[in-house]
Design a protein around this ligand. Structure first.
Ligand code: AQP
Length: 328
């Protein structure tokens, strides 16, 4: 299968990104042809400081390498370094009904967090750029967290529409979701997904200092009652902590539930904090080491860009011809 997936450069990587998406990338790179991308153009849909954005983009690549993304097994690159992403997005924009974009949950959520005068067309068009990221490589599978499912439905709709109008061109990609971990919830409000644009106490960074991890886990919102039970509807806070524990300890949720059955919330939190600190320490160390290897990272990105560009160019030649544009 050909696989594509992306991550935004801004904000540190949190355990939601890791458990929902990156752990899938790690598995898929072993067996499939994978394209992994830092989607800096997506970050521009919200106001960014130019220097900070450049640094964050480089940092995100370092983070992915520290987590085990292996450039010998996949193509790792930066979205804006392959300009065909934007070109295809424009063409797909001309096929996308405005209403489809306005009903996107993520647009509504993100627009709500901004003052009205800072909600720009780019934020509305975000899913079209995402569709172009995926379709450009004739991708068959896209590993993501659950929050991206709606965007991928639109991607399939646009592929179908283009194919019907201009002839068979794009593959309709399937969404690859984890059974557990597709939606890690916020520590501050376990009814909402963990998100890097929320307050810092609501998410756990993968590369965060042990003390800070511990403080955040101990402060996580739990539920009324004392019982430790996996019940996401009635006990969303505790269930979220059990899910995180189960995924990091690689033990089934039932086993974890049993382990904490007769314990109290404080014990669960202390155990989870200790587990996270133990599991994340080697990743923090690896990242520190990679932080000093700028040239190595740049070389990976150069190779990634070259390979991704060769495929992207071929698709765009086909698209330009089909929609009636003159050759450049
Ligand atoms: N809470 C989550 N649980 C599981 N998966 C998640 N993902 C994000 N949050 C969770 C998945 O992580 C991948 C990369 O996400 P992204 O950085 O491109 O942007 P996002 O989905 O918008 O993530 P955030 O952290 O919530 O950012 P903001 O605050 O900017 O909205 C994706 O596959 C995503 O599904």
């Amino acid at each position: 299968m050909r696989i594509f997936s992306g991550i935004q450069p801004t904000g540190g990587m949190h355990i939601g990104n890791y458990l929902g998406a990156i752990t899938q990338w790690l598995e898929l790179q072993e067996k499939h042809e994978c394209f992994f991308c830092v989607v800096d153009l997506h970050a521009l849909t919200l106001p960014q400081d130019p220097d900070e954005l450049r640094k964050a983009t480089h940092q995100k690549v370092v983070e992915l390498l520290a987590l085990g993304i292996n450039p010998e097994k996949c193509t790792l690159f930066i979205q804006s370094q392959v300009p065909e992403h934007s070109e295809l997005a424009w063409i797909l924009n001309t096929l996308t009904p405005l209403g489809e974009l306005e009903r996107m949950t993520q647009f509504k959520d993100k627009a709500r967090k901004q003052v009205a005068s800072s909600v720009f067309a780019g934020l509305l068009n975000y899913p079209v750029l995402m569709a172009s990221d995926v379709l450009l490589y004739k991708t068959q599978g896209v590993p993501v967290g659950q929050d991206q499912s709606q965007h991928l439905e639109l991607t399939r709709t646009l592929a179908k529409k283009f194919n019907q109008r201009f002839g068979e061109t794009f593959v309709e990609p399937k969404t690859i979701l984890k059974k557990e971990g597709a939606k890690i919830m916020s520590l501050a409000d376990p009814k909402r997904k963990m998100s890097k644009s929320d307050k810092a106490d609501s998410y756990l960074g993968i590369f965060e200092e042990p003390e800070s991890l511990k403080k955040k886990v101990m402060g996580a919102v739990t539920d009324t009652g004392k019982e430790i039970r996996f019940d996401p509807t009635k006990k969303p806070g505790v269930s979220n902590l059990l899910t995180i524990y189960s995924l990091f300890s690689v033990e089934p949720i039932q086993k974890v539930e049993k382990k904490f059955q007769k314990k109290d919330y404080a014990f669960l939190k202390k155990s989870l904090a200790a587990l996270l600190i133990e599991k994340l320490e080697p990743l923090r160390r690896k990242k520190k080491e990679l932080d000093t290897r700028d040239l190595y990272v740049k070389e990976i990105l150069r190779r990634g860009q070259q390979h991704a560009s060769s495929l992207a160019r071929a698709t765009m030649e086909e698209v330009r011809e089909k929609v009636g544009l003159l050759e450049p």
